[in-house]
Design a binder for this molecule. Structure first.
Ligand code: TRP
Length: 326
């Protein structure tokens, strides 16, 4: 029996930090079970960044290197750049013919972001931005993917994709599956200062961080303000370091929590242990990165992935055109 297909994508917005890690680990975890297509969605980056002169080519290469470092295996999955597979654009165009505007206008992320970015002085009343979820649906359905590993924030987009598939099938006959979201188990991590983790807030830990950089960022983590002296009892529920420990020191979490509450371990010692635990996860990524960084290995991965993606998407488009009567 042939494997089920999954598709997922990420915008090339800069180097990966450990806040993105759970998504890419979720991708890597599916490699053996599914036939995987993973794309750097550079067109999507333009929907909000069209005037930012984003160095898209460089960023596509560097995010691919990040994915390979985390463990995506190009023998098992096709890794490619969205804009290299024009079928996504054709499918988006065809879908646009029968997608009601009202469906796009009511996607929750649309109104939220319009308002949010509007407050920052950015006018996003653009055709491409409104169509963002439809392009995303075309990405997924170009491979007739049955599942999409994503973060929780993407659930409205996956639901929208299912509606588009359903409408196509209703109009032209059954061709597309209604894909399921595969949400990872790991919760989203905050930045070291407790805000959303983002490179621009300078509160993130890059996946390429050295042991010294990991230690420095860990020291910045906001802890329980009520703990003045190291033997004061702590409240792990308000501590950023504790949120990280839950993921990076899962096997020791009960003791760590008890020691904190009892005031048996000070924050400095607790953070040292955390920095070491984070480094144990990132060290193998640094090693793998050294391999992939050499010569034109990344370019070769993208070229091979693009070829496989094109063949699969071209097949879907042949069937789509035929169903519509083109
Ligand atoms: N919207 C996704 C995000 O912001 C990126 C994306 C584009 C995507 N196309 C996709 C994710 C298709 C999954 C499947 O993270």
């Amino acid at each position: 029996m042939s494997k089920k297909i999954i598709f997922s994508g990420m915008r090339p917005t800069g180097s990966l930090h450990i806040g993105h890690l759970s998504v890419v680990q979720n991708w890597a975890a599916r490699q053996d079970e599914y036939e995987c297509y993973y794309a750097v969605v550079d067109w999507h980056a333009l929907t909000t960044g069209f005037e930012d002169k984003i160095p898209l080519r460089e960023l596509a290469r560097s995010i691919t290197l990040d994915w390979l470092s985390v463990g995506l295996d190009p023998e098992k999955c096709s890794i490619f750049v969205q804009s290299a597979v024009k079928e996504h654009a054709e499918l988006h165009l065809l879908f646009s013919m029968f997608t009601p505007l009202s469906w796009l206008e009511r996607v929750p992320t649309y109104k939220d972001q319009l308002q949010q970015l509007g407050r920052d002085g950015k006018d996003l009343r653009m055709y491409g931005f409104l169509g963002y979820p439809l392009l995303q649906a075309a990405d997924i359905l170009a491979y007739r993917a049955e599942a999409v590993p994503v973060g929780e924030d993407q659930l409205p987009h996956i639901e929208f994709c299912r509606e588009v598939a359903r409408r196509f099938n209703h109009l032209y006959g059954p061709l597309f599956p209604e894909p399921q979201a595969l949400v990872g188990k790991t919760p989203l991590l905050p930045g070291v200062d407790g805000r959303k983790m983002s490179k621009s807030y300078n509160n993130s830990i890059a996946i390429t961080a050295s042991p010294a950089e990991i230690a420095a960022q860990t020291r910045q983590m906001v802890t329980d303000p009520a703990r003045v002296r190291k033997d004061d009892p702590g409240h792990p529920e308000v501590c950023v370091a504790h949120k990280f420990h839950k993921i990076y020191s899962a096997d020791r979490i009960t003791e760590l929590e008890a020691d904190c509450r009892a005031g048996r371990v000070g924050c400095a010692v607790c953070k040292k242990e955390l920095a070491a635990a984070i480094d144990r996860v990132l060290a193998p990524y640094r090693e793998r990165r050294a391999y992939w960084e050499e010569g034109d290995r990344v370019e070769r991965v993208l070229a091979a992935g693009q070829e496989k993606a094109r063949a699969a998407a071209a097949e879907t488009l042949r069937a789509t055109r035929a169903a519509i009567g083109l």
